[in-house]
Design a protein around this ligand. Structure first.
Ligand code: LLP
Length: 420
């Protein structure tokens, strides 16, 4: 369900005309629907109501403070992977006892910050991290609650960059090394074992990998029990896929049914870390056509957003639906490449795509850009990152200003030798 629809041939986000925003704030910009985000969160919660998990929204999907606050106000927690995301979660009003800290490369400074903030727990990724965490916790006179991220060694059937549960992946404890990890955790004085964590990948469109992963985790839970280690929490990670084109991801209900049927009887507390499924289809990127260009081989539609603004097509060859903001009446179509202004051949949003014939100056919207859109944007080519807008009903709010040339240089310093 999302709230981007055409009314009288004009694309609206909820009750606001996209063209109106473009005229008032310029392009490119990200545009999010409050209602969609809120509905996605509540649908997720409702589907899993029997198990009543702590829903820790994955900040990496979109860490704008207004977005984070929507989830915080709805009662959600946060899954963070850096000191920056942790600071953002705290500023967004997430209660520390609803924050989990994942990632395979936490620094001592970040660990210290998290311990001092009294977060709920750490998703620990290696023995080395366990030792450092223990040392820092000891020095602060605190105990660190942990779940060990276990790599269940399975194929999540997604893009290779988005698979994290394979044996060769850099993430987590190998399945056959997990017991040793838990024994170490038990021996470390300032570490308190809370449970098991898995996150097998992202944009997963089949239930099988979740079933396989959960079965392995449950098996491990049994092995741990045999050596006297009780599991209080199971964190099932995120990863549920969405529709970008013609994917058929499991419904929330079917996903919830798998988790509920596997975990309810175990009487454990469950944590989920959804990102994409909450935010992906709640946002679009709006861009204006700058030029058309015909070469011997192709027709290019050159827009004012680039791969620095939205990386997914260039980085993962991801397909995103693109539509003119003003619906085209005429049936005329052409095959085009829709590209940005960046000096890279990978700077494309669509290749060889059949598309309604658009003119210079028209607005295009790139769908499915709410998750891993702005959060992966950069200043490459020394470009200002775009504005972010949130719509609620008939109102829109700038939730991040477009960057300025001053923003681009605000951290730069001129050494004395060049001052003359
Ligand atoms: N938990 C952990 C530990 C994660 O690493 C991730 C995502 C999530 C939860 C949330 O996963 P989700 O529900 O969003 O699938 N940039 C890529 C996606 C990378 C996902 C990384 N980890 C993309 O644009 O597709």
């Amino acid at each position: 369900m999302h709230s981007f629809k055409y009314i009288d041939g004009k694309l609206h986000c909820e009750d606001v005309r996209v063209e109106k925003i473009a005229l008032e704030i310029g392009t490119p910009f990200y545009l999010y629907s409050y209602q969609t985000i809120f509905n996605h969160y509540n649908s997720f919660k409702r589907a899993l109501k029997e198990i009543d998990p702590l829903i820790c929204y994955a900040y990496k999907a979109n860490s704008n403070m207004a977005i984070c606050k929507i989830f915080a106000k709805a009662g959600g927690g946060a899954e963070v992977v850096s000191g920056g995301e942790l600071a953002q979660a705290l500023k967004s009003g997430v209660s520390p006892d609803k924050i989990v800290f994942s990632g395979n490369g936490k620094t001592e400074k970040e660990i210290c910050f998290a311990l001092k903030s009294n977060i709920l727990m750490f998703d620990v990724d290696s023995q080395a991290e366990l030792r450092l965490l223990n040392k820092v916790a000891h020095s602060l006179g605190k105990n660190a609650k942990v779940v060990l991220r276990v790599n269940p060694d399975l194929n999540p059937q997604t893009h290779s960059y988005l698979a994290t549960g394979l044996k060769k992946s850099k993430f987590g404890f190998g399945f056959d090394q997990a017991l040793d990890g838990y024994k170490l955790a038990r021996d470390l004085e300032n570490i308190k074992i809370a449970g098991i964590h898995m996150h097998i990948g992202s944009q997963i469109t089949s239930l099988d990998p979740f079933v396989e992963g959960l079965d392995k985790i449950i098996f491990l839970m049994g092995e741990l029990k045999k050596i006297g280690i009780e599991i209080e929490y199971i964190n099932v990670g995120g990863g549920l896929g969405i529709v970008y084109l013609d994917e058929e991801p499991p419904s929330l209900e079917n996903y919830a049914q798998v988790i509920t049927s596997k975990l309810l009887k175990l009487k454990v507390k469950v944590i989920c870390e959804p990102g994409r499924v909450l935010m992906g289809n709640a946002g679009i990127l709006v861009s204006r056509v700058l030029y058309r260009k015909e070469t011997a081989e192709k027709t290019f539609v050159i827009v004012d957003a680039g791969m620095n603004d939205f990386l997914r097509p260039a980085f993962y060859q991801a397909h995103h639906e693109i539509k003119p903001v003003r619906q085209k009446e005429e049936k005329e179509k052409e095959v085009v490449d829709i590209v940005g202004p960046i000096c890279e051949s990978a700077d494309f949003f669509a290749r060889d795509r059949e598309f309604p014939k658009v003119k210079e100056g028209e607005l295009l919207s790139i769908f499915g850009a709410g998750a891993y859109g702005f959060s992966m944007a950069s200043n490459y080519n020394f470009r200002c990152r775009p504005a972010e807008i949130l719509v609620s009903g008939e109102d829109y709010f700038v939730i991040r200003k477009r960057e300025t040339y001053e923003d681009l240089v605000k951290n730069e310093k001129m050494p004395d030798i060049l001052e003359i």
